[in-house]
Design a protein around this ligand. Structure first.
Ligand SMILES: NC(=O)c1ccc[n+]([C@@H]2O[C@H](COP(=O)([O-])OP(=O)(O)OC[C@H]3O[C@@H](n4cnc5c(N)ncnc54)[C@H](OP(=O)(O)O)[C@@H]3O)[C@@H](O)[C@H]2O)c1
Length: 296
């Protein structure tokens, strides 16, 4: 992949035909995480055979231990890649590139990488997918709605009663991760059509982090605060929680760049690929309010 320029916007396309695709075997990395769990669920529902992979998953897989890759990949037709800790983290491009080459050697036909909109640090990782013999698709997503309901950010918010985060008052079209899963399934269903494409996807409404927290508060009946903090201050707090220095440095840079307003626009990928609007943030909040730990 020399450049994504001619591919960065999904072309106008009709929705999937509705004809059921032939079942394939899909390796899903990050399968216990926010996106991977939904990709695995959607792939199973579509009749595919799913290999749910992570360090603690049904299929043992570690990005940092290449000895775990071959067993996970052998016999798979396609693989969904959710790199950890972040698609743009230092070293990600080298590891994803090596993984892509191994996947091709083992006969995997299509690699679908979860990436991030506006994240310059992730471009080398996207490019690393373009190894000889690989059909690849990049799904560049906006910030996840489920960051507010699952994972460390949500845990901290529930515990302290406030979200302290370097999001300022920037606007972001938070995407429901189930929409990402549906897009990944559409890509697998029409592998040839989406091969070599970068698909940008987001939710359908711009909200600030303050707006999002206010929607959660209203739905749950518990008042959460939003405290915008400078990225270096947030990094210092992460360091106190034991996050390694190198990861903190990367995250501070990521927040300072990715949350500077560059992503304050809506991408039309969900509508174009799935032929329907993205799930509404308020629907996500209403549903999560009945199940998540927000009520604690
Ligand atoms: N958060 C956002 O808003 C956003 C937006 C766009 C793109 N992204 C990208 O999305 C990806 C994260 O996806 P997510 O939020 O769904 O993940 P997540 O919820 O943070 O879950 C992490 C997953 O990765 C697994 N994992 C952790 N360390 C691993 C390792 N060393 N080797 C293999 N698996 C490992 C975890 O399971 P085990 O603990 O069992 O290994 C878990 O399944 C990142 O690449 C990020 O850059 C995030």
């Amino acid at each position: 992949m020399t450049t994504n320029e001619q591919n960065t916007q999904p072309t106008q396309s009709t929705p999937a035909t509705g004809v059921a695709p032939a079942p394939v075997t899909v390796l899903v990395t990050g399968a216990t995480g926010r996106v991977g769990s939904r990709v695995a669920e959607a792939a199973l529902a579509a009749g595919h055979e799913v290999r749910s992979a992570s360090r603690s998953g049904a299929v043992q897989f570690d990005w940092y231990d290449s000895a775990t890759w071959a067993d996970a990949l052998r016999g798979a037709d396609a693989a969904f890649l959710a790199y950890q800790p972040d698609v743009g983290a230092p070293g990600a491009a080298e590891i994803v590139g090596a993984f892509a080459r191994r996947a091709v050697e083992l006969g995997v036909r299509h690699l679908v990488l979860l990436s991030a909109r506006g994240e310059d640090q992730a471009r080398a990782t996207e490019d690393a997918l373009d190894v000889p013999g690989a059909r690849w698709t990049v799904v560049r997503a906006s910030w996840f709605a489920q960051n507010f309901s699952e994972g460390p950010l949500a845990d901290a918010m529930v515990e302290s009663g406030e979200l302290a985060f370097p999001g300022g008052e920037v606007l972001e079209p938070f995407i429901d991760v189930r929409d990402i899963a549906d897009v990944v399934l559409a890509v697998l269903a029409e592998s040839e059509r989406y091969g070599g494409r970068v698909l940008e996807v987001s939710g359908g409404r711009l909200l600030s982090f303050r707006d999002a927290v206010a929607e959660v508060s209203a739905a749950v009946g518990r008042e959460f605060g939003y405290v915008p903090v400078p990225a270096p201050e947030y990094g210092a707090a992460l360091r106190e929680f034991g996050v390694p220095d190198a990861e903190v440095a990367f995250l501070v840079e990521l927040f300072e760049t990715n949350l500077d307003g560059r992503n304050a626009h809506i991408s039309t990928g969900v509508q174009e690929i799935l032929g329907r609007a993205p799930r509404e943030f308020s629907t996500f909040v209403q549903e999560a309010a009945t199940t998540s730990t927000w009520k604690q």
